[in-house]
Write a protein that binds this ligand. Structure first.
Ligand SMILES: O=C(O)COP(=O)(O)O
Ligand SMILES: [Mg+2]
Length: 221
């Protein structure tokens, strides 16, 4: 077991960029929503840089890029609804688990550690994606970006995890790919482990102050 797991009683995982590479499906949905509005598609490379603050922010960034200016609330509403419709119809066919993710989740469960999923993605998309990978039973609690009044980098979702499992925050570990996961973990009083391969807007995640970085989640177990 990774030394950071010493004394840990609950592990909370981020989803996008940590367990799954979801950008190929996100990009198809973003592009379809842009095209519906008569705008040019953005492509996967640019969408990859816009993920991490939930679906509304994702579409705001995509529209700002396509329009060359901040979108009006009407454009944003139409673009966001378009994205939700397209993504909801096909949220996982191009999405892949990162190497080591399944081993880590299986290994932690085999050791009896409760797991939580804390993503900024809308809650409605979590189950279809996890079910696609047969991972829905691994998590005792799943929170989306719209499950609570605040999302990461707020500590609120992580504090909810700790209280749900009746464990002090110091006995919880947050595992994520972005500065939002690390900030949320720090503010909640969790230990924080980061992976370097996800979506952190080009900034090395090591520079965001995690307790440790692992190249593969398999190193956890
Ligand atoms: O939907 C997003 O913005 C990314 O969600 P994440 O919190 O799982 O990385
Ligand atoms: Mg992430």
């Amino acid at each position: 077991m990774h030394p950071l797991l010493d004394g840990i009683r609950v592990v909370a995982f981020d989803l996008d960029g940590t367990l799954i590479d979801s950008v190929p499906d996100l990009a198809v949905a973003v592009d379809a929503a842009l095209v519906d509005l008569g705008l040019a598609p953005a492509g996967e490379v640019r969408v990859r840089a816009w993920v991490g603050n939930g679906s509304l922010k994702l579409m705001e960034r995509a529209l700002a890029d396509a329009l060359g200016s901040t979108p009006t609330s009407d454009w944003l509403e139409r673009g966001h609804q378009g994205f939700l419709g397209h993504y909801g119809r096909d949220p996982a066919s191009r999405t892949r688990l990162y190497p080591g993710a399944r081993e880590a989740l299986d290994g932690l469960r085999a050791r009896g550690l409760p797991l939580a999923l804390v993503t900024n993605k809308p809650f409605a998309f979590i189950a279809p994606i996890l079910e696609g990978f047969g991972l829905e039973k691994h998590f005792g609690l799943c929170l989306g970006g719209d499950s609570l009044p605040e999302k990461k980098p707020s500590p609120v979702p992580l504090l909810h995890v700790a209280s749900h499992f009746q464990v002090v925050p110091e006995a919880c570990l947050m595992v994520g790919d972005s500065r939002h996961d690390i900030a949320a973990g720090r503010r909640a009083g969790f230990r924080v482990l980061a992976v370097p391969y996800g979506y952190n807007h080009g900034e090395p995640v090591r520079d965001c102050g995690p307790d440790a970085v692992v190249e593969s989640l398999a190193e956890l177990v």
